[in-house]
Design a protein around this ligand. Structure first.
Ligand SMILES: C[S@@+](CC[C@H](N)C(=O)[O-])C[C@H]1O[C@@H](n2cnc3c(N)ncnc32)[C@H](O)[C@@H]1O
Length: 235
């Protein structure tokens, strides 16, 4: 196989992987197994096709920190939810963040993230939909989530737990693939969460560059001072 042919077949394989990842039905077992097989080539595959999500999410976190947070950037506590191999952590670190924690469902993806050495703590086998209680005491200044609100992964309700791990007046920043936004009526879900006092939408960059196959919306939410719905009354 000559190099251009080889390049084309690698690009095709990468595109197929990305497409296959959208058909996992949100099942934690299937997701973990799928990412076990993808961890070693994930960075190359997404890079091959162009992946701007991590840079944009990190730059939004930097802008939010400068605009709204009293705490110095190097002391701002950030949680990278669904950190994967650590692409967002690397971007955050290059922008001056130093207190970066991460978690992911996939142990294998997290092992890659650990190797970047940009995370303070990074933990695998953590399901965003079933977070251990220690996360709810953590009170991060900013929680970022890139590439997770995507078809076959996590439903919009995952935003509730991102709000719970973030301190009052802190921020949640998430990329939302366009196809996912349409399939889940994401704007309606956001209105619902706002009505319930879970999150306040602060900004949205619509139709931003995300990956070669599709754009995304980038949402910035603020966590209200006091949630109006008591924990035990939440669905
Ligand atoms: C497309 S990758 C994005 C990884 C990284 N944030 C990035 O932008 O490169 C999606 C990640 O979400 C993780 N994931 C999927 N469902 C999850 C869940 N329920 N809880 C935690 N992580 C999950 C996967 O293991 C995978 O690492």
């Amino acid at each position: 196989m000559n190099p251009p042919d080889q390049e084309t077949s690698l690009e095709q394989r990468a595109r197929r992987r990305i497409k296959d990842s959208h058909a996992l039905g949100g099942d934690p077992g299937r997701l973990a197994q799928f990412y076990r097989g993808w961890a070693s080539s994930y960075d190359l595959d997404v890079g091959r096709n162009g992946y701007w999500g991590p840079m944009i999410v990190a730059e939004l976190a930097a802008a939010v920190q400068t605009a709204y947070l009293a705490r110095h950037r190097a002391a701002t506590a950030i949680l990278d939810a669904g950190c994967g191999t650590g692409l967002v952590g690397a971007e955050l670190e290059s922008l001056g963040f130093r207190v970066i924690d991460g978690f992911d469902l996939s142990e294998d993806m997290v092992e890659k993230a650990r190797q970047t050495r940009v995370y303070r703590h990074v933990q695998g086998a953590i399901d965003l939909n079933r977070l251990p209680s220690e996360y709810f005491n953590a009170s991060y200044d900013i929680t970022v989530c890139c590439g997770v609100f995507t078809l076959g992964h996590v439903g919009p309700d995952g935003l509730r737990d991102l709000a719970r791990v973030t301190r009052p007046n802190g921020f949640v920043i998430a990329s939302i693939r366009k196809s996912y936004a349409e399939a889940t009526s994401f704007d309606g879900q956001v209105r619902h969460l706002q009505e319930q006092g879970v999150l306040i939408p602060a900004q949205c960059l619509r139709n931003g560059r995300y990956a070669a196959d599709e754009d995304a919306h980038y949402w910035v939410f603020q966590v209200p001072e006091k949630e109006s719905v008591p924990t035990d009354e939440r669905p």
